[in-house]
Design a protein around this ligand. Structure first.
Ligand code: GTR
Length: 325
């Protein structure tokens, strides 16, 4: 090695060492309500590995799983104010804040998980991600959450009529309250972490969620009737605080955006496996899985669409989603 080159290399080492010494390493704290091992938690960890590799160890992510940083509604506020850097949340709890998120949260808006993936991977998905920015957040990517169905501790619900009088917990969004009411049942908005004991003590009769959540939250232990009505296919979203984002260089922003996008395929793979496994586990543990005819559930949703698709922009968004093949 010639002398000049040697000098250059050692100067570079020195600069990167001093950058680390003055704290220019970036550690992003990320929240998730789910336990370690859940597909969303693992996907954000994987994104962190990609970032470590691509930034030569400069940028990393610390995932705080199991609601260590709080319940979703609270962590969303904390992320908006930059107290938490990143958050992996369902689109549902954003409905009251970001109007565009109401559309992919509408019951039966997607014909299938495949349809949801095609829509959210395309320009409509990008448009909804951009809608977060005026609210202090940058939308990075969507993950899968399969389809949500109702479960309860009292009766094997096999039709809309069977829903009458049952009390179901919903995520904290007005849209989901009206969705449950439209089916003749009562809705109780409540943080996820309170649902298990609320069912156990009979404060509510049940809730609604996808199989991996039904299983990993242990709700299956206290509500064994799981009705496959699949009323919601709400994607998960990964957001970063705008204040954190604005403090990053354009290159680092690009690294983060790309690593988030690259973690999606990994999450979907984990998701598909987790869903199949959860169904097996709950069946073996004694859950009764009830198949239903979905059309009467779909037909009951008219008033929800009328009430929440309430601007020409949202109407156009619904029409464009429905037109995607
Ligand atoms: C799960 C979702 C969580 C949370 C939870 C809930 O399916 O992954 O982000 O929204 O449902 O019902 O609160």
């Amino acid at each position: 090695m010639n002398a000049m080159l040697k000098l250059g290399v050692s100067a570079a080492v020195l600069i990167s060492l001093s950058a680390a010494a003055i704290g220019q390493e970036i550690v992003l704290r990320s929240s998730d309500t789910h336990p370690d091992g859940y597909p969303t938690v693992e996907a954000v960890k994987y994104m962190g590995e990609l970032l470590m590799e691509r930034s030569d160890g400069r940028i990393s992510i610390e995932v705080y799983h199991s609601a260590q940083l709080g319940e979703e509604a609270d962590t969303i506020e904390q992320t908006r104010f930059g107290v938490i850097d990143m958050n992996r949340v369902s689109l549902g709890p954003f409905n009251n804040l970001v109007p565009e998120t109401k559309v992919p949260s509408l019951p039966y808006i997607f014909r299938s998980v495949e349809h949801m993936r095609t829509v959210m991977d395309g320009e409509i998905g990008d448009e909804i991600l951009e809608a977060f920015e005026p609210h202090g957040l940058i939308g990075l990517a969507y993950y899968d959450a399969g389809a949500r169905s109702f479960y309860n501790s009292r009766v094997p619900v096999a039709s809309v009529e069977d829903m009458a009088g049952l009390k179901f917990r919903v995520m904290q969004s007005d849209l989901f309250v009206d969705m449950v009411n439209a089916l003749g049942a009562d809705a109780v908005p409540m943080p996820y972490g309170e649902v298990y004991s609320a069912i156990q003590t009979g404060v509510i009769d049940g809730a609604e969620n996808n199989p991996p959540s039904y299983e990993s939250s242990a709700h299956a232990e206290v509500a064994r009737y799981y009705t496959m009505d699949e009323h919601l296919i709400v994607p998960e979203v990964l957001v970063i605080a705008k204040s954190t984002w604005d403090g990053l260089s354009a290159e680092d922003q690009e690294l983060i955006r790309q690593a988030a996008k690259d973690s999606v395929a990994h999450q979907r793979e984990l998701w598909d496996a987790a869903e199949a496994e959860a169904m097996e586990v709950v069946r073996a543990a004694g859950s009764e899985i009830i198949e239903v005819e979905k059309q009467p559930f779909i037909d009951a949703m008219g008033p929800v669409y009328e009430r929440y698709v309430d601007t020409p922009e949202l109407q156009d968004l619904v029409a464009r989603i429905q037109a995607v093949q």
